[in-house]
Design a protein around this ligand. Structure first.
Ligand code: ATP
Length: 872
């Protein structure tokens, strides 16, 4: 069935056809329609099934070679060996599958949490629901900053402008209307009474009825274009896979050598083939990129506890590199709990707003405060933007009731607030005049005032005096708003700011206080010790900005402050010289935020930038980490960000950075551990023949070591708590090699050490003609890796200080793996399968002692690091 031409129908007709009404659908109707029409979602790529992930584990080339070799050798020799190998490979695959599946689920859960909400009428009540639950017929409320959740036919609109570039590529904002359009064959961009899913509301507000949801929407029909969710690799993963390829080549070369040397020693060809392929499988760290994803996904889950929702996984990794946090003031550094504290009218400053009938100037100011806002009363409670709420409430307390006043002076139009003009106007009709009330930043409003008001009416007015008063209040940390009015005979046409907001009569000033968040000074201090520079970027007055920034410890001298006007006059080269000295930017526009990020990035800084409005989106996108506000932020800002702060709190960014640093540290520890262990295994097998010794291990031993040591202890490293000095060191430069700070040196010497003690144990056991020499090497190789895992838990802090119990999963992994090793050595069935022999207690003790040497060796390394002797 082709859908009706919604744009050419009257709105009543639209509602009737959709079997809906202005009061919305009932919950029952919505439920039924959800079943009938499905979720309002663009269908994404199917998620991989568990089986698919499991099969994926066997797609690795080396694993396939190993399986084929094992099967061939089974037919030619001992079938039991083959089965054991297959079982271990299968176990490995199951663990890998579990990990990948968990990571996928965590990522999917994150994505779900980041999904936007929609405001709809259900059972006549305005409720907030998940966008995916929208159905045709739903009545949806829209306001500036929303992303349109479905295709809607507009029923009401007030100054509504929409950016449809996601759909049409046309980036200039389009003014919308509600009247039907005569022409039925209109291009999408010309259907002015429809708004389409994924467009952005850049201004005004509106109400519409859903005419199409999900894949039926215009954007859904071209959904192929949106399938950009290919698995994006994080920068670290990209580097690791490149490194992995080189490493694989090196390992292959060594495997070939082990194979040839074995043959020369007269070993059977198939055994040697299996040995070298097993070594290849064990030593090539093919799981590294997957472990990175898992760690990042788990890191992202932890971040939610710090009220930070990560939208892009790589952000978890890159958080640790942040060198600048450019933050908004209102709501992020302050509580966004505004209270009107001081009032100024007719030349006098008061601590309370006088009652309604006091005098003409005060009455006019009270009326303007009550009328000029977008506050709506919901369930008996006023709701809206905190600045407006504070003004509304102060007026209300003094007896200026918005709803009563609006009966006499109904609002007929509005020129919405925008952060460029920094003011807003509402227009009200009385019998023969239209009154415009204006409120906004004092220096903007006052410039347009031509007269003041006293008890006798209009009077002369001195901009300088009032401006001085406003500046004085701002310097004490107040947010100051100026009020003015103008009367017209009829509604001005065109209804534009330049026409209306001039030749005004000044009414008064109101000073609002917005207390700083109590936890911010500590967070600012944490930033500074972590070599991260916090910078305030605000739309507020320089005086207010400086006072608050000083209280929070962001700035101590006003030479580090720049206003938007000053910034506009500074050429790029000069700004580039200045930018790292500035700590506060005041009265800036969101567009200037982009310039600030760019300038900092050009200097090599890694910038986290917060934002909430539609105009902040470009700066959020450009920033190394864009941070959107969860509470006061718009959908548009959220969509453009890498991370959403659920509580808007600056301290949460700092906590997220700490958590990001920890995740990154733990990934490095995992890499350090795995690569040094693998290197130790390779060296043992490779070097033994050069000392005239036989091949130390059988294939099944190699695979077992790989299974138990990489598995549990390796993963436990990713849960390691943060290092005590984590916020006392400089950020990691994003391009810095992962192997820096002593990592590659560690891998080499630990590999040599583990290889050395294994070969030494072997030589000693063989010299004493112990038949179980192989079991001893096998045990030393396994257990030394366990001790190594304990040792690398911290990069520099001694295990004695870190304590065994501060990472319980690691302690558990250590004990369990040790137990498994004992089972393999001491149970007769497994002795047959693993070709092991029970060790006498004395020799087991020798193995344990030798294995533990690596712990002491690494502790000495850490001691040298602490004293600054090495890797400083
Ligand atoms: P920050 O960038 O620190 O979060 P902000 O977002 O509150 O600050 P804007 O919202 O851009 O900054 O406000 C800038 C200025 O515009 C304010 O200092 C105030 O003078 C004025 N202003 C803010 N809200 C309104 C409003 N609702 N009506 C009129 N003027 C306003």
């Amino acid at each position: 069935m082709s859908s009706p031409k919604w744009h050419s129908l009257q709105s009543a007709d639209v509602l009737q056809r959709l079997d809906s009404s202005l009061t919305g659908l009932t919950i029952e109707q919505a439920k039924k329609r959800l079943i009938e029409y499905g979720h309002n979602a663009i269908i994404q790529k199917k998620r991989r099934s568990l089986l698919f992930i499991l099969l994926g584990q066997f797609s690795d080339f080396m694993i396939i070679v190993l399986l084929v070799a094992a099967v061939i050798s089974g037919f030619l020799g001992e079938l039991q060996d083959t089965i054991a190998i297959l079982v271990i490979v299968l176990l490995n695959a199951i663990i890998g599958t579990g990990q990948e599946y968990r990571a996928e689920r965590a990522v999917a859960a994150l994505r779900k949490m980041a999904a936007p909400d929609a405001h709809v009428l259900r059972d006549t009540n305005e409720v907030t629901i998940d966008t995916i639950e929208l159905v045709p017929g739903d009545i949806v409320m829209l306001e500036a900053g929303n992303i349109v959740p479905a295709d809607l036919r507009l029923l009401e609109e007030e100054d509504l402008q929409v950016d449809e570039s996601a759909l049409t590529g046309e980036s200039s904002a389009i003014e919308k209307q509600t009247e039907p359009l005569v022409n039925t064959e209109l291009a999408i961009g010309d259907r002015l009474n429809l708004v389409f899913k994924s467009s952005m509301i850049t201004r005004g507000r509106g109400k519409g009825v859903v005419v199409a949801s999900g894949m039926e929407t215009e954007i859904g029909q071209i959904a192929g274009l949106l399938q950009d969710e290919t698995n994006v690799k994080t920068p670290l993963q990209t580097r690791l896979s490149r490194f992995g390829r080189y490493l694989a080549l090196a390992v292959l070369a060594i495997c070939i050598m082990v194979f040839v040397v074995g043959l020369l020693q007269g070993q059977p060809i198939l055994l040697m083939f299996l040995t070298s392929v097993s070594l290849g499988v064990a030593a090539i760290p093919e799981a590294l990129p997957a472990v990175v994803t898992i760690s990042l996904a788990l890191g992202a889950r932890k971040l939610i506890r710090h009220n930070a929702l990560v939208r892009n996984l790589p952000a978890v990794e890159t958080l640790g590199s942040v060198t600048y946090i450019c933050t908004d003031k209102t709501g992020t550094l302050t509580q966004n709990l505004m209270t009107a504290e001081l009032f100024y009218a007719a030349g006098e400053l008061r601590k309370a707003m006088p009652e309604s009938e006091a005098s003409i100037p005060w009455t006019e100011l009270g009326q303007a405060m009550a009328l000029n806002n977008d506050i709506m009363v919901k369930d008996g409670k006023p709701a809206g933007e905190p600045t407006e709420l504070a003004l509304f409430e102060a007026a209300h307390m003094a007896g200026f009731d918005k709803s009563i006043l609006e009966q006499a002076k109904p609002r007929i139009a509005v020129i919405a607030f925008d952060s460029q003009r920094k003011q807003m106007t509402t227009l009200h009709q009385t019998s023969d005049v239209v009154t415009a009330y204006i409120k906004g930043a004092p220096e903007k409003v006052l410039q347009q005032c031509i007269q003041g008001l006293n008890n006798d009416g209009a009077t002369a007015f001195e901009v300088a005096t009032v401006l001085a008063e406003a500046t004085q209040l701002a310097s004490k940390g107040y947010r100051v708003l100026a009020f003015a009015k103008r009367e017209f005979n009829r509604l001005p046409d065109p209804l534009e700011a330049d026409v209306v907001e001039r030749e005004l009569t000044f009414l008064g000033l109101v000073a609002l206080i917005d207390p700083p968040r109590p936890e911010v000074p500590k967070a600012v201090n944490d930033c500074l010790t972590a070599s991260i520079i916090p910078v305030m970027i605000t739309g507020d007055h320089p005086g207010t900005a400086f006072a608050i920034a000083q209280r929070l410890g962001i700035i101590d001298d006003d030479s580090a402050m720049l206003s938007g006007d000053q910034l506009a006059k500074i050429p790029d080269e000069e700004f580039s010289r200045l930018v790292d000295t500035i700590r506060v930017y005041a009265r800036v526009t969101p567009e200037q935020k982009l310039r600030i990020v760019k300038a900092l990035q050009e200097k090599g800084e890694f910038v986290a930038m917060t934002g909430d409005g539609v105009n902040d989106a470009p700066a959020l996108k450009r920033a190394s980490i864009g941070v959107a506000m969860g509470l006061k932020g718009t959908d548009v800002a959220r969509e453009a960000s890498d991370m959403v702060l659920l509580d808007d709190d600056f301290s949460s960014i700092v906590r997220a950075i700490r958590s990001g640093r920890r995740t990154f540290d733990n990934i490095r520890k995992f890499i350090k551990y795995t690569l040094s262990s693998n290197f130790g295994e390779i060296l043992t097998l490779f070097l033994a023949p050069f000392f005239g010794l036989p091949i130390p291990l059988l294939p099944i031993h190699i695979l077992w070591i790989n299974l138990v040591t990489d598995g549990l202890p390796g993963l436990a490293l990713t849960t390691e708590p943060a290092e005590p000095n984590i916020m006392n060191r400089a950020p990691t430069p994003p391009k810095e090699s992962i192997f820096s700070h002593g990592m590659w040196q560690h891998i080499i010497w630990v590999g040599l050490f583990i290889g050395g003690i294994s070969i030494a144990t072997m030589a000693w056991a063989i010299s004493r003609d112990l038949v179980y020499w192989q079991t001893m090497v096998f045990t030393v190789l396994t257990v030394s890796q366990l001790f190594h895992a304990l040792a690398v838990r911290s990069n520099s802090t001694s295990l004695l200080r870190t304590g065994l119990f501060s990472n319980l999963p690691m302690l558990g992994a250590f004990l369990l793996t040790l137990l498994l090793q004992m089972v393999v050595i001491y149970t007769p069935v497994l002795n047959t399968i693993f070709h092991t022999q029970p060790l006498p207690m004395a020799d087991l003790a020798v193995c344990m002692f030798i294995s533990s040497l690596i712990l002491f060796a690494v502790e000495i390394e850490k001691w040298l690091i602490r004293r600054g002797v090495i890797y400083a």
